[in-house]
Design a protein around this ligand. Structure first.
Ligand SMILES: CCCCCCCCCC/C=C\C/C=C/C(=O)SCCNC(=O)CCNC(=O)[C@H](O)C(C)(C)COP(=O)(O)OP(=O)(O)OC[C@H]1O[C@@H](n2cnc3c(N)ncnc32)[C@H](O)[C@@H]1OP(=O)(O)O
Ligand SMILES: Cc1cc2nc3c(=O)[nH]c(=O)nc-3n(C[C@H](O)[C@H](O)[C@H](O)COP(=O)(O)OP(=O)(O)OC[C@H]3O[C@@H](n4cnc5c(N)ncnc54)[C@H](O)[C@@H]3O)c2cc1C
Length: 633
């Protein structure tokens, strides 16, 4: 083991295993995750790491081991495929959940065990604006079929991931059967027998290469009436239409996957922090004091400033992901029982947190890569591949700006309810106080009150202020004679800013609440330090907001930076131990820089020597192109 890494792991001030258990949701979950990893994957003789041929093996193994829990499926898949996406991702996280949530019982029993499918909602002309989708589904009572059709070039289904060129079970979203409703269809087209279908691949992408994203053009293709997913809405044999309790129930799968993405952003950021911090512990470069040995780059304050706030953010997003999934499970359970009262809140929370966490993680991955210098740019680090695979999460499952505006819609509605004298509950209850809060600068000492509860309050006041400013912008636009829609559009910068602040407050609050639940003194102490770092770092980034909200004075601003530097120094001794607690296996991390043993250089040389370009002493291109040219010169 590299001596630096060895030294970093001595004198631990907290129990790493207990922290890993907290991240997994308990010791039993940690044990199960490791059992899947060590026994069912790594020690499985059929396990052929990450090669395309192992995809069928993986599916059969999941069935053989009876792994059906989505989290356990993901544990298994992430061991098979490491940090990359794979072709079946969409099947497990969108196609199956849609069947689970939108099929009636007869359809469920008929389809769920049997098929692998994709989710074809986006069209070439519309991905965000679902009410603009053009694919038609016209019911023919004479034959009891729906006629599916792509009337325009922009209506061609574009992007469905993992579409199988031979068989196309896919979930469709098609334009309204009635005034404002959408419906989902399962279409089992078997190619090439089924005429009227034109499918293909949309061509090379930025990345995401393991997933074949395709296109699908339909020319009056007929499918049985029974292929409409009929849990919430039905078309009867006589063509009559039974409307769902809410037209937004059709959007349920997107809410589910957005909820999953929140925790996934934490996982991806934790992977990158593991790589960058372990590497920073073994990399020596330059000098701090003339004549002394080159220091570990982790001892540079700028390196700590790059990485430790991201480390805190990774923990924050992992805890936010746990909260999000718990909230999703609770509210979707109520929805299943016909209680839709919290559906708007679930939508607003999942949409906002999906955007907030993926934007932050997306930027954070690049900070981790650049903090590793040239070796961060090598594919051996895994960081370029992680970035390429993660960055579309800011676009898919709801483009982030649009998602932030959905959350803003809920915030504005809540604000208007407070103005009308209603008492709010849930995540926006802090808006109840927006009119009674003393927003003038408080007489506070130049020292910053570092109590975590106080910091959460300051973020709450900041969010409330920005919600009020956005609402005032809309009111001012209206007062200038703008229609409601233009008043909204002319305020969307403020609205996104308010949603961002609301999500930032929510994430810090979740982090604080999780820290409060930690009983082990050592773990509680280090997690409390990270939560403080998360809060103070955000205050440093958005100082203007806190000054404008009157919760920070000019005299206190220097203490924000001073406090930040102190917290970076406080995290330094535990940094490697904190990424060890994420418990990412070398095989899954697949990074020369992030190896648990820290033996980076030896592994990097072996990795380079294994490159296809090094298979022969002299590359064949010399003999094929250069040598003949030399002969002519
Ligand atoms: C364990 C594994 C972890 C892995 C995780 C990551 C793995 C990811 C792998 C997958 C990778 C790639 C696959 C990608 C797939 C896709 O991208 S599928 C397509 C995704 N597309 C979208 O998300 C479309 C986005 N657009 C929309 O959702 C809607 O068009 C939008 C919400 C923007 C607007 O809808 P409208 O119908 O126009 O509604 P609007 O007029 O704005 O509002 C009316 C009203 O409705 C409420 N509303 C809107 N949406 C919802 C909802 N989903 N639930 C509840 N309520 C909703 C809205 O708030 C309004 O309410 P109000 O009371 O009137 O204000
Ligand atoms: C890797 C990848 C995989 C995908 N897989 C699938 C899949 O399996 N199935 C599927 O159905 N789809 C899939 N998609 C498509 C994806 O869902 C859409 O790309 C996404 O919903 C965004 O829609 P769009 O492409 O139409 O972007 P647009 O909405 O056209 O966005 C373009 C710009 O317009 C802005 N904009 C749009 N509307 C508004 C508004 N109301 N207010 C302010 N700004 C606005 C956006 O902010 C953005 O800046 C995938 C996409 C990617 C990148």
């Amino acid at each position: 083991m590299n001596p630096d890494i060895l030294r970093e792991r001595q004198n631990a001030t907290f129990d790493i295993e207990k922290l890993t258990n907290i991240l997994d949701g308990g010791a039993e979950r940690t044990n199960r995750r490791r059992e899947i990893r060590e026994v069912l994957v790594l020690n499985d003789p059929d396990f052929d790491y990450g090669t395309p041929t192992s995809l069928p093996t993986m599916i059969l193994k999941l069935r053989e081991y009876g792994i059906s829990d989505p989290v356990e499926i993901n544990w298994y898949k992430s061991m098979y495929w490491g940090t990359g996406r794979e072709a079946l991702g969409l099947h497990y996280v969108m196609f199956l959940p849609t069947l689970y949530t939108q099929c009636d019982s007869e359809q469920f029993n008929k389809w769920v065990p049997l098929i692998i499918g994709t989710y074809a909602q986006t069209e070439m002309g519309h991905g965000t604006h679902l009410r603009g989708l053009e694919t038609t589904a016209t019911f023919d009572p004479a034959t009891q079929e729906f006629v599916m059709h792509s009337p325009t070039v922009t209506s061609i289904k574009w992007w469905p991931g993992g579409r199988n060129p031979l068989f196309l079970p896919l979930i469709f979203l098609s334009i309204p059967l009635s005034a404002s409703l959408f419906d989902l269809f399962l279409s089992g087209f078997a190619l090439p027998t089924c005429s009227g279908i034109v499918i293909g691949d949309i061509g090379p992408k930025f990345g995401f290469d393991a997933v074949d994203n395709g296109y699908l053009k339909l020319e009056h293709v007929r499918i049985p009436r029974e292929n409409m997913l009929m849990k919430y809405a039905q078309v009867k044999p006589d063509g009559s239409y039974v409307k769902p309790l809410s037209s937004k129930l059709t959007y349920g799968t997107m809410v589910f996957i957005r909820s999953l993405i929140v925790g996934n952003a934490g996982i991806v950021l934790s992977q990158c922090c593991t790589i960058a911090i372990r590497y920073s512990a073994v990399r020596h470069q330059s000098e701090i004091r003339a004549g002394e040995a080159e220091p570990q780059i982790l001892d540079y304050q700028t390196q700590q400033h790059k990485l430790f706030p991201l480390l805190a953010t990774a923990y924050a997003f992992l805890f936010a992901g746990q909260y999000m999934i718990d909230t999703y499970n609770r509210i979707s359970g109520d929805i299943n029982q016909g209680d839709l009262s919290e559906m708007p809140e679930l939508h607003a929370l999942s949409a906002g947190l999906k955007a907030f966490t993926t934007w932050t993680a997306n930027t954070g991955i690049e900070v981790c890569r650049m903090s590793c210098g040239g070796h961060g740019y090598s594919r051996s680090s895994a960081l370029p591949d992680i970035y390429v695979e993660f960055t579309p999460s800011c676009t898919y499952e709801g483009e982030n700006t649009v998602m932030m505006l959905q959350t803003a819609r809920f915030l504005m509605k809540s604000y208007r309810q407070v103005q009308a004298g209603q008492q709010l509950s849930g995540a926006v209850s802090y808006l109840n106080k927006v009119h009674h809060r003393v927003m003038a600068p408080q007489a506070v000492s130049s020292q910053l009150d570092l109590n975590l509860n106080t910091l959460v309050d300051l973020y709450e006041i900041r969010a409330a202020m920005l919600v009020e400013l956005a609402a005032q912008s809309i009111q001012q636009e209206s007062a200038r004679g703008k229609c409601q829609e233009d008043s909204w559009n002319n305020s969307t910068i403020d609205l996104v800013r308010a949603s961002d602040a609301h999500c930032h407050y929510m994430v810090l609050k979740m982090f604080r609440d999780k820290v409060d639940q930690i009983e082990d003194p050592g773990v509680h102490s280090v997690m409390s330090t990270l939560a403080h770092l998360y809060a103070i770092h955000g205050m440093g980034n958005f100082t203007g907001d806190f000054l404008q909200a009157g919760v920070l004075t000019g005299a206190q601003v220097p203490s924000v930076s001073k406090c930040l530097k102190g917290l970076l120094a406080e995290v330094r001794p535990s940094a490697v131990l904190l990424v060890d607690a994420f418990d990412h296996h070398d095989k899954m991390l697949n990074s020369v820089l992030g190896r648990h043993d820290g033996n980076v250089y030896e592994a990097m040389f072996e990795w380079a020597r294994s490159s296809p370009l090094n298979r022969t002493e002299v590359h064949e291109s010399f003999h094929k192109h250069l040598k003949p040219l030399q002969a002519k010169l």
